[in-house]
Design a binder for this molecule. Structure first.
Ligand code: ADP
Ligand code: MG
Ligand code: MG
Length: 252
């Protein structure tokens, strides 16, 4: 079985004011097919964890490790991480001017698989995935995320997820800024990916709302760069009722 293992991870970020320590010893193990929700207040380091897994150059891993089936992810380039089966849906997806969505998807698929997808089946697959995400076909020929609304960008992230078929996906606040209809469509896409490829998911969210559609097996509460508490889905219901106050008071 495939496993993504994060051990005693310490991460700092380079800012204009110098280096700032953000993650202070994170431990988290995700097996393929499991859905883990990482919940926590703003500024607790959730996106930093996502970036550290993806290999963002601004985030420095000071100590600890991230392994995928025993291989040290921290020694891999961003490209190698994607090839190894890691995927990040960003909280703020970036625009790529001059690159159409369809070119981007085909190039990414080719890079990850090490060979070009067979053109006819690929086109069908892209169209099918777009339809299921209720994306108009014109989005294929538009530049990646350029001029997309917040919700359209989030759908586009899930389109990549469904087509690239990673082993593990980190979804960073994929729910934020979505209305109920879009939330359902995006969640269905995530659930399809989970079911069809036994995807392991790290679902980062501030709100419990998305957990009505995507059912986590485990919930981890993030406070001040650490996992403050963990449990099953019942922990999410508790947070829905009580919010993060209890953890914030404890953290001070
Ligand atoms: P979350 O995703 O939980 O809201 P983040 O990981 O984005 O939290 O941020 C954690 C803390 O690190 C925040 O205080 C944030 O301001 C700070 N931080 C993260 N990235 C940067 C950056 N590039 N420059 C300056 N501060 C940063
Ligand atoms: Mg499962
Ligand atoms: Mg964040």
């Amino acid at each position: 079985m495939s496993t993504l293992k994060i051990e005693d991870l310490h991460v700092s970020v380079d800012t204009d004011q110098g280096t700032k320590q953000i993650l202070r010893g994170v431990d988290l193990t995700i097996n393929k097919g499991e859905i883990h929700a990482v919940m926590g207040p703003n500024g607790s380091g959730k996106s930093t964890l996502a970036y550290a897994i993806a290999g963002h150059p601004k985030y420095t891993v000071d100590s600890g490790s991230i392994t995928l089936d025993g291989e040290q992810v921290l020694d891999m380039t961003v490209d190698q991480r994607a090839k190894a089966g890691l995927f990040l849906a960003m909280q703020y997806p970036v625009e790529i001017p001059g690159v159409t969505n369809s070119n981007f998807l085909r190039t990414a698929k080719t890079a990850i698989d090490g060979e070009q997808p067979a053109i006819r089946t690929w086109i069908k697959e892209v169209r099918g995935a777009m339809e299921k995400l209720r994306m108009d076909s014109s989005f294929a020929e538009r530049n990646v995320n350029e001029g997309f609304s917040g919700g359209e960008k989030k759908r586009n992230e899930i389109l990549q997820l469904e087509l690239l078929k990673p082993k593990f996906a980190v979804l960073d606040e994929t729910d934020s800024g979505l209305d109920v209809d879009a939330l359902k469509i995006v969640s269905e896409g995530v659930n399809r990916a989970h079911q069809s490829t036994d995807l392991g998911i790290l679902l980062i969210t501030h709100y419990t709302r998305i957990l009505r559609y995507i059912k986590p097996d485990f919930v981890h509460v993030f406070v001040a760069g650490r996992v403050a508490e963990e449990g099953g889905p019942e922990l999410a219901s508790q947070l829905e009722d009580e919010g993060y106050d209890r953890f914030l008071t404890a953290a001070v």
